[in-house]
Design a protein around this ligand. Sequence first.
Ligand SMILES: C[S@@+](CC[C@H](N)C(=O)[O-])C[C@H]1O[C@@H](n2cnc3c(N)ncnc32)[C@H](O)[C@@H]1O
Length: 277
Amino acid sequence: MSLKERVAGAIPPELLDKVPTSFEIIGSRSGAVAVVEIPPELEEYKHVIAKAITQMNKHVRAVLRKLGGRRGEYRLYEFEVLVEGPTEVLHKEHGYYIKVDPTKVYFSSRDQTDRLDVAKMVKEGERVLYLFAGVAPYAIAIAKLAKPRLIVAVELNPWGFKYMVENFRINKVKNAVGIHGDVATVAPLLRGKFDRVLLTLPLGAYRYLPLALECLDGGGVVHFYHTGREEAPFAEAEAIVRDVCPNCIVINRRIVRDYAPGVYKVRIDIYKPDHIT
Ligand SMILES: C[S@@+](CC[C@H](N)C(=O)[O-])C[C@H]1O[C@@H](n2cnc3c(N)ncnc32)[C@H](O)[C@@H]1O
């Protein structure tokens, strides 16, 4: 039964079309948080909707309503708590665990297919630099699903760093190093040392693209995240790549998911041949 069907008797029929068709679940059987967007027209019925969500998923202990988009340097939502409960959860995907509190640090379960896609590209023995790492879900995916030699993950939010280190421990990842710091300060110290760099900050990663390319040991791959309008999702990202690195080759383009109305989060995989600038 859908959320709409579940609340049908409790919400006036003319408002039923406003009921969200989906919500995000972060967590697992040990406990989960539901994150939902409820439009202002349903203000009066927000608790009805939240209760219905807990009935649909018996692992949900807290229901959070998103108020607007992600904000600030740490890319966090402001939430209204509709059902109070623990917000630190152990999220399970593709056979590994991610411990996270989505009220304190960025995490999106909707990126999981992208994590799988990136992990599949990592070749045995690669050295991977993961910038803007949050709780390091891409590092865990790569460590568990591929055979890298080393992963270095950099994150500014102290909560992100705390959970990152814990996630390495929980998943028994022995070849990853977490750095708590600003990419602008840390990445220049890591020039010329990696085969692959992940640049997972869709709003603003372009400013760090030259630095990310410098972190490659000669040639290698950069996974560059950006946003793009639905009419031409990759146009802006590709123009940035051409500008920053005219000799680089775009080897992959992927729409990761919806970002905002009419806007996608996209990933461009860039191959930098050895010995070019
Ligand atoms: C869009 S989130 C991605 C997090 C993670 N890669 C994931 O997929 O869950 C971007 C992250 O970059 C962090 N961040 C923002 N500016 C930063 C900076 N200058 N240096 C290091 N981390 C930064 C934020 O705190 C946030 O956790």
